[in-house]
Design a protein around this ligand. Structure first.
Ligand SMILES: NC(=O)c1ccc[n+]([C@@H]2O[C@H](COP(=O)([O-])OP(=O)(O)OC[C@H]3O[C@@H](n4cnc5c(N)ncnc54)[C@H](OP(=O)(O)O)[C@@H]3O)[C@@H](O)[C@H]2O)c1
Length: 329
C-alpha cells in the first residue's frame, strides 16, 4: 500500500519540502502504527515545511509535531487496533525524526495517548500544543496570584493559534483581556468574539520609549518575543507577571533592568513541548468540564486539506493567518 507524506530535503544548501508517496516499511521505528486523521499546523511546523530555520533535523524527514488518528497496528499492551489516539513527541516527533504530515505514522507508545471517549479527535488536535502551552501560561498567572481585580491581561500575537486560546481561557476565568495584534483593522471582531475586551495594535503596547512606561498590565502572555516583549515588560504593573513562550517577532530582545528591580515584575518562560501522556493536571483541566477548557475551539480552529498544507504554511509565514489550521487527512 502506498500513501502520501510531506518530506523535507536539504538540497544545495536549501530546505525544500515535497509531497511524496511511501509505504509502511518506510516509516520510522515504533510499536504503534496510526492512520492519521488530523494533524495540527503550529508556527514551528510552518517554519519546517517552508524550510525557514532549522526546526527539523536529520533530513530527509517528515515535519509536523502533532497528530490524531486510529491505531492500525500495535505491539504495545496499552493500545489496540481501532483505538482513537493522539501523539505529541516532545522535541522528537517532527523535530528530530519523522512527524505528523503523513497518512500513516509509526511511533513509540510512550508518545501516544488515548483521546477521551467524549472528545472528538479534531478537538484534541485543535487544542493540542497551542492550547496546552497557553494553559500552562494561564496556570502560571493563577499560581503567582494574578487575579482579575488586579487589572487587564495583555495577550500578544493575538490572532495566532496559541494566543487565541489564551484569550479564550483568560476571558472564561473572568479576566479582562486586551489583545495586541498586527491585524487590528481586519480581526478585531474575531478577537472580541473569542473573549477579548479590547483590541490594540502591536505598536500600542507601551505608549512610549522610556525604560518604564505607564503601568497597564497586571499580567501578560507573550507569544512573539523580540521588541514587543520589551514593550510588555516596560508597561507591566508592580508585581505583574509576564509569561513568554514565542519568538514570532524575534528570538532575542533587549530590555532594561528597571521593570524587575523597581516594579518587581516577573518574567516566566513557558515550555509546552511535553508528550501528551506526561502533560498531567493542566491537560486534564483542558478536557470537557475543566476550568481551562476553551469555549471557542470551533471558532479558533478549522480544517484544511492535506494537499493545501504547503500553500497554507507559505501564507502563515509571510503574512500570518488567523487561528489554528488542522490538516484533515
Ligand atoms: N514554548 C513553547 O512550548 C511553545 C509552544 C507553542 C508555540 N510556541 C511559539 O509561540 C509562538 C506562536 O505559535 P503559534 O503556533 O500560535 O503561531 P501562529 O498561529 O502562527 O501565531 C503567531 C502570531 O504571532 C504574530 N506575529 C507573527 N509575526 C510577527 C511579527 N513579526 N511581529 C509581531 N507579531 C508577529 C501574529 O499575530 P498578530 O497578527 O495577531 O499580531 C501571528 O498570528 C511561536 O513563536 C511558537 O514557536 C512555543
Amino acid at each position: 500500500m502506498k500513501f502520501k507524506a510531506i518530506k523535507l530535503y536539504e538540497e544545495n544548501g536549501k530546505r525544500i519540502s515535497r509531497m511524496i508517496e511511501q509505504t509502511i516499511d518506510d516509516l520510522a521505528p515504533g510499536d504503534v502504527v496510526i492512520q492519521s486523521q488530523y494533524a495540527a499546523v503550529n508556527y514551528k511546523d510552518a517554519r519546517a515545511v517552508t524550510g525557514v530555520g532549522k526546526v527539523l533535523s536529520n533530513l530527509p524527514a517528515v515535519p509536523g509535531v502533532e497528530v490524531a488518528g486510529l491505531v492500525v497496528e500495535s505491539s504495545n499492551d496499552q493500545f489496540k487496533v481501532g483505538d482513537v489516539v493522539t501523539v505529541q513527541g516532545g522535541r522528537e516527533f517532527g523535530m528530530r525524526r519523522d512527524g505528523a504530515y503523513s497518512e500513516y505514522v509509526r511511533v513509540p507508545g510512550s508518545w501516544v495517548a488515548h483521546v477521551p471517549e467524549d472528545t472528538d479527535p479534531f478537538e484534541s488536535v485543535a487544542m493540542g500544543l497551542a492550547a496546552y502551552t497557553s494553559a500552562l501560561a494561564v496556570d502560571e498567572l493563577l499560581l503567582r496570584g494574578v487575579k482579575p481585580e488586579h487589572g487587564p491581561i495583555l495577550v500578544t500575537g493575538a490572532t495566532g493559534g496559541s494566543s487565541s486560546f489564551a484569550i479564550d481561557m483568560l476571558a472564561g476565568l473572568g479576566y479582562r483581556v486586551v489583545a495586541s495584534t498586527g491585524k487590528k483593522d481586519t480581526e478585531a471582531a474575531y478577537l472580541k468574539s473569542i473573549g477579548a475586551a479590547e483590541v490594540i495594535g502591536r505598536d500600542e503596547i507601551a505608549g512610549g520609549d522610556k525604560s518604564l512606561e505607564e503601568q497597564r498590565w497586571a499580567g501578560a502572555i507573550d507569544a512573539v518575543g523580540g521588541k514587543p516583549l520589551d514593550d510588555v515588560l516596560r508597561s507591566t504593573k508592580q508585581r505583574g507577571v509576564v509569561c513568554a513562550f514565542g519568538n514570532a517577532a524575534g528570538e532575542t530582545f533587549s530590555t532594561s533592568i528597571y521593570p524587575f528591580i523597581l516594579r518587581a515584575v516577573s518574567l516566566v518562560g513557558i515550555n509546552g513541548n511535553h508528550p501528551v501522556p506526561t502533560r498531567g493536571g493542566v491537560w486534564q483541566r483542558m478536557q470537557k468540564g475543566g476550568d481551562l477548557r476553551p469555549k471557542h475551539i470551533h471558532q479558533i480552529a478549522y480544517t484544511i486539506a492535506f494537499d493545501d498544507l504547503k500553500s497554507h504554511c507559505d501564507k502563515l509565514i509571510s503574512s500570518g493567518v488567523r487561528g489554528r489550521a488542522v490538516v484533515q487527512f
